[in-house]
Design a protein around this ligand. Structure first.
Ligand SMILES: [Zn+2]
Length: 239
């Protein structure tokens, strides 16, 4: 009897400790679960905000990404020289430019726009920059204006294209990405190929040089955009 009691008295604290341990483990698991849920929710909200900032006038879930090329979003810091944060009410066109800086990369051009916030040397920027490897960097959300196309800054999206030499001709990779990006933007903003213009058509500036010097190449480009847009719409129907 004496023995049994001592055993029981020994066991009880053990059991209590085990219960306490289990309770603590349960609380810890619940805390970890809550933390994971908070992180997931924050991630989803961030994604939604990012998509929202890229495109105007539509809730993120309504944005149609079908046929969109890969876009590396590196938005500029808001500043009066390259990202004034002025809302664009409606996208009525797309303006194509060339960098006029042979061999420069998309990243270097984007960084130059970003650096204007400190240098303040002039007001210039672009919504998109397409590089020599066909990479597309987005600098400004399409719900805001850029400083690229003079009188048409207020209602057009701008695309700067890199080029290997003085002729200003785009290489195959840059051209292919340009066609795909313009075609998708046309579909997204309900635009026709006739809404796609050169900087030259706004101010008479020799930009993009090769498409000003070669009218036939510009016509071919617009045809390629139109065909690409039709293809995206066709493929979407088949989905
Ligand atoms: Zn231009």
């Amino acid at each position: 009897m004496e023995r049994k009691r001592t055993k029981e008295t020994k066991r009880r604290p053990n059991r209590r400790r085990q219960m306490q341990l289990r309770r603590r483990m349960f609380m810890l698991a619940m805390a970890v679960l809550c933390l994971i849920m908070v992180l997931v929710i924050r991630h989803v909200v961030n994604l939604a905000e990012m998509e929202d900032s890229r495109l105007p006038g539509a809730a993120p879930e309504a944005v149609d990404w079908f046929g969109a090329p890969e876009i590396d979003v590196q938005l500029l810091t808001n500043n009066e020289y390259s990202r004034p944060g002025i809302a664009m009410e409606h996208v009525n066109g797309i303006v194509v430019h060339y960098t006029a800086n042979p061999g420069s990369t998309a990243q270097a051009n984007r960084n130059y726009f970003e650096g204007l916030k400190d240098s303040g040397e002039r007001k210039v920027s672009s919504h998109f920059v397409i590089g020599l490897d066909g990479e597309i960097i987005q600098c400004i959300p399409s719900s805001e204006i850029s400083y690229a196309s003079n009188d048409r800054n207020g209602d057009t999206l701008s695309i700067e294209c890199c080029h290997p030499d003085e002729t200003g001709e785009f290489n195959r990779a840059t051209y292919t990405s340009l066609v795909q990006l313009v075609a998708w933007l046309c579909k997204r903003f309900d635009l026709e190929a006739t809404d796609v213009i050169r900087h030259y058509d706004v101010t008479g500036k020799e930009c993009p040089k090769y498409f000003v010097d070669h009218e036939d190449a510009w016509e071919q480009f617009l045809q390629d955009v139109s065909d690409c847009k039709d293809k995206i719409i066709e493929e979407e129907k088949e989905e």
